[in-house]
Ligand binder design. Sequence first.
Ligand code: ZN
Length: 68
Amino acid sequence: MPDLFSKTPRHDADTTVETPRTERQLQAHTCLICGKPAHFGFGVSLLHGIEGRWSCFSHREDVKRRKE
Ligand SMILES: [Zn+2]
């Protein structure tokens, strides 16, 4: 029975070691409160390079009320 976790030497010789990263995390912002991926941005000004404050769904009101 073949083991899924064992590598066959022949296959390794044919392919490069480096694995291409297909899943890139495009969402780089994280919530100010909990650090989870944030989908709500406040005070964001992309034209001026201002990233603003970001929050997740549950903390969006808390972040919104914050004053810098
Ligand atoms: Zn949060």
